[in-house]
Ligand binder design. Structure first.
Ligand SMILES: Cc1cc2nc3c(=O)[nH]c(=O)nc-3n(C[C@H](O)[C@H](O)[C@H](O)COP(=O)(O)O)c2cc1C
Length: 347
């Protein structure tokens, strides 16, 4: 499948998830196979244009993640066009626009899902971006703002006319947030109606659901929470789509994933003086007392993933509680070793 000029080896992709789909996580999922596209966490267009360090960090990626899409949020056409140029200069394959975020902090700035309430303006944002860059511009939207405004079918056509190369639709309204069920019937209808590829998003937690969605007419499937519970889900769906049995995942595989994630995170954000570990000895200034150390940042990342990752595991709630209590990386590694790999703690 192609998004503009970008060839995707698989129709299955990791959905953007703020705070979760960092470069380390994306790399690990990608290494297991079946993943055609990864999308960054949403990054502020304003922050990109102003060169804010933290924003640029959210947009970081590595070569092994290609093809990579950087998702931006914002509402001003000029700022969004400038942000698209920065994304292009950063070497990303695709720039994606967030028209789905329901969080008031984002929506009140005329960004995220509130763009869906002004379709002409939203289409204008996409037109300004497509005029400014050569890389494909894509859009991720919801079904609409609320039940009275389920305008994704209309807006989808408008952004296609404005030059979008693909769209993704999460079949819930902003008002629904994550309640109820994603409306895949609506998503399939939009896919039928448009010439550009349409990805569907919402509620796929088993690989067979992804394959079913695909055969119901969408061009691709974005998986969010399902990949946080099971990072092998894309590989398993690709197996099933190719008539192979889905690969088995052992408890040991699951433990190794977490340990590898810790190892990769330890190599991330090491230049950020606010996140440096007190045990680091490089020439950068140490984290000041009271500031979060790098270790603390990694622990928080594992806690965040742990709240999803432990769902559905036998004794998962015990592990989750223990992970949330762990005060050091050594403690965390021991917990993971004991739970998944039946290892005796060494510390
Ligand atoms: C923790 C979390 C963070 C998210 N962050 C973003 C985001 O930054 N940009 C975006 O377009 N969607 C975001 N989403 C929505 C997902 O991309 C996806 O559309 C939604 O979760 C439905 O799919 P799922 O049921 O497979 O999770 C987020 C979802 C979650 C759970």
């Amino acid at each position: 499948m192609k998004v503009g000029s970008v060839e995707l080896a698989s129709p299955f992709a990791i959905a953007p998830m703020a705070g979760m789909t960092d470069t380390a996580f994306r790399r690990l999922v990608k290494r297991h196979g079946g993943c055609g596209l990864v999308v960054t966490e949403m990054v502020s267009a304003e922050g990109l244009v102003r060169g804010i360090d933290r924003t640029l960090e959210y947009a970081e990626y590595t070569e092994e993640e290609r093809p990579i899409s950087i998702q931006v949020f914002g509402g001003d056409p000029n700022t969004m066009a400038a942000a698209a140029r920065i994304v292009e200069e950063m070497g990303a394959d695709i720039v994606d626009v967030n028209m789905g975020c329901p969080v008031p902090k984002i929506a009140k700035h005329n960004a995220g899902c509130s763009l869906m309430r002004e379709p002409a303006h939203a289409a204008g944002v996409i037109a300004a971006m497509t005029r400014s860059v050569k890389i494909p511009v894509t859009v991720k939207m919801r079904a609409g703002w609320n039940d009275g405004e389920r305008n994704a079918p209309t807006l989808a056509r408008m952004v296609e006319d404005a030059g979008a190369a693909a769209i993704a639709v999460h079949g819930r309204t902003a008002a629904q947030s994550y309640s109820g069920k994603a409306d895949w019937e609506l998503v399939s209808r939009i896919a039928d109606d448009l010439t550009i590829p349409v990805f569907g998003s919402g509620d796929c937690v088993e690989p067979e659901q992804m394959v079913e969605r695909l055969s119901a007419g969408v061009d691709g499937v974005l998986v969010g929470r399902g990949v946080l519970r099971n990072p092998w889900i894309l590989a398993q769906a690709a197996d099933m789509a190719a008539d192979r049995p889905p690969r088995p995942v052992t408890l040991e595989d699951r433990g190794r994933f977490l340990l590898d994630y810790i190892d990769l995170l330890m190599t991330e954000r090491v230049r950020d003086p606010h996140l440096r570990s007190e045990s680091d000895s490089a020439e950068l200034p140490l984290a000041k007392p009271g500031q979060r150390s790098h270790d603390r940042w990694v622990i928080n990342k594992i806690r965040a993933l742990g709240s999803w990752y432990t769902k559905g595991l036998e004794d998962g709630s015990h592990l989750r509680i223990a992970v949330n209590k762990a005060e050091s990386l050594a403690e965390l590694r021991d917990l993971i070793g004991a739970f998944f790999l039946a290892l005796t703690p060494i510390s």
